[in-house]
Design a protein around this ligand. Structure first.
Ligand SMILES: Nc1ncnc2c1ncn2[C@@H]1O[C@H](COP(=O)(O)OP(=O)(O)OP(=O)(O)O)[C@@H](O)[C@H]1O
Ligand SMILES: [Mg+2]
Length: 443
């Protein structure tokens, strides 16, 4: 591990049975028959890990420019390391290198890193490491702004902690409150949820947060926006005074500052965004009239090599209308927005993630955090109004440093927003060429 860090953290003793050089030197003795002995052997635990096939796709510096840390450098529990490796993570990404050791020290963090560079594991790994399965109460609360993101994040937590006896519960609006109350009578160690439902359960006294010493806010700037800030402040009042607060996002507008100054204690600031947009994403625009948009989309479908695409509209109504139009054009598509019943939302999310359909039309419920590796094209059928929304939307492709394409349909009315967003993000959105080289978004 590189030594030129500007911080220190206490190195714990390796977990029981964790590999040491001496142990790995005596591999011969590992050929004992008992499976338990095999499990305890330091050589075997790694060889028995079922890693997914390596992802050989091209990756940009957004994720490859690391210091060269290994996950083993952080002296995590061996069972957690097993979960990490079985998820296919070989080495920590830049944001993971920065935040895991700091979070393990108990320090508050405000971390900013680009879309798709691994922020989820950057907070889940320390949260899991610091959770004691022997203590039967909620020790960490992870708040996120949308239901689908809560579900996705709880899945990541469950996968990473699969070899530990840690109970992860997800709780969001749109599901049965009674079921959540019943579930809370069973042990829960890590609670992942959206602020409204968590507050509801805390107010009812069924969700007890007095022992919850870690609070993570993912997409923190969204959670701290005026609509949900009051709920967040109320939820925080249920946490102990000495709780650790971790804020993560790719965007931190100045509005977050007053919250940070008031509620975070000497936070460690991480900012890995010297530039804002992803290196792997090429951004184009097509200047169109409103009535030409569907025709233009049809042309894009016929010309582009879409693995999976996400198409954004600015209203629920327009999502439904466009989905209908796309189906009439003969292309398959799903749609999702916040006014749909939750069970249907879940099915669409699940099926799209599993590749059941190539195109998904959606509103801004899908703008933040959603991680679908197969998406290589994002289309702004309607151009967003601010740069944060733009950045998060286009960041649905090009996950973990992969290549992707963002196409923006721009009308005369969008021209001021277009100019402002380009300027605020310091990026260039180019006019779409007649032919787009597949190599720039299909590797
Ligand atoms: N160390 C790693 N090695 C390989 N893949 C990783 C690693 N860390 C994360 N990933 C993968 O990268 C993808 C993106 O991760 P994640 O969703 O955490 O990004 P993010 O930074 O939270 O993005 P966003 O800002 O859009 O929310 C996921 O599919 C995740 O499994
Ligand atoms: Mg995220």
């Amino acid at each position: 591990m590189s030594m030129n860090r500007n911080y220190q953290y206490v190195r714990r003793q390796p977990a029981m049975g964790a590999p040491t050089n001496e142990q790995s030197g005596s591999r011969q003795s590992a050929s004992v028959s008992s499976s338990m002995a095999n499990f305890n052997n330091s050589y075997d635990w790694k060889s028995q890990i079922k890693r997914p096939p390596p992802d050989t796709r091209y990756k940009t510096e957004d994720v490859t420019a690391t210091k060269g840390n290994e996950f083993e450098d952080y002296f995590l529990k061996r069972e957690l390391l097993m979960g990490i490796f079985e998820k296919g993570f070989e080495k920590p990404s830049p944001i993971q290198e920065e935040s895991i050791p700091i979070a393990l020290t108990g320090s508050d963090i405000l971390a900013r890193a680009k879309n798709g560079t691994g922020k989820t594991a950057a907070f889940c790994i320390p949260v899991i490491e610091k959770t004691d399965p022997e203590k039967n109460y909620i020790q960490a609360l992870i708040l996120v702004p949308t239901r689908e993101l809560a579900f996705q994040t709880s899945q990541v937590c469950k996968e990473l902690s699969k070899y530990l006896n840690i109970e992860v519960m997800v709780t969001t609006g749109g599901t049965s409150l009674k079921d959540d109350i019943m579930r809370l009578y069973q042990p829960v160690h890590i609670l992942v949820g959206t602020p409204g439902r968590v507050l509801d359960l805390a107010n009812k006294g069924v969700c007890k947060l007095r022992g919850c010493s870690m609070l993570v806010m993912d997409e923190a700037d969204k959670l701290l926006s005026p609509e949900s800030l009051p709920s967040i402040i109320q939820v925080m009042s249920y946490l102990p005074q000495n709780r650790q607060v971790l804020l993560f996002s790719a965007t931190f507008p100045v509005t977050v500052k007053s919250f940070k100054d008031k509620y975070l204690e000497k936070p460690y600031i991480i900012n890995l965004m010297d530039e804002l947009t992803l290196k792997g994403i090429t951004q184009y625009y097509a200047f169109v009239e409103e009535r030409q948009k569907v025709h233009c989309l049809n042309t894009l479908f016929s010309k582009l090599q879409i693995n999976q695409s996400i198409i954004f509209c600015n209203s629920v109504n327009r999502v439904e209308l466009l989905a209908k139009k796309i189906t009439e054009l003969g292309y398959s598509c799903f749609y999702i927005h916040a006014k749909m019943v939750q069970s249907h939302r879940n099915k669409v999310f699940h099926d799209f993630r599993n590749g059941a359909c190539r195109n998904l039309v959606c509103s801004d419920v899908f703008t933040r955090g959603i991680d679908i590796q197969a998406v290589n094209v994002v289309i702004n059928f309607d151009f967003p109004k601010n740069s944060e929304t733009y950045l998060h939307r286009v960041g649905r492709s090009g996950r973990f440093g992969h290549l992707g394409l963002a196409v923006n349909l721009i009308t005369y009315e969008d021209r001021v927003n277009f100019y402002n967003i380009e300027r605020e993000l310091g990026t260039e959105i180019k006019p779409i060429p007649a032919d787009i080289d597949q190599a720039i978004y299909c590797q």
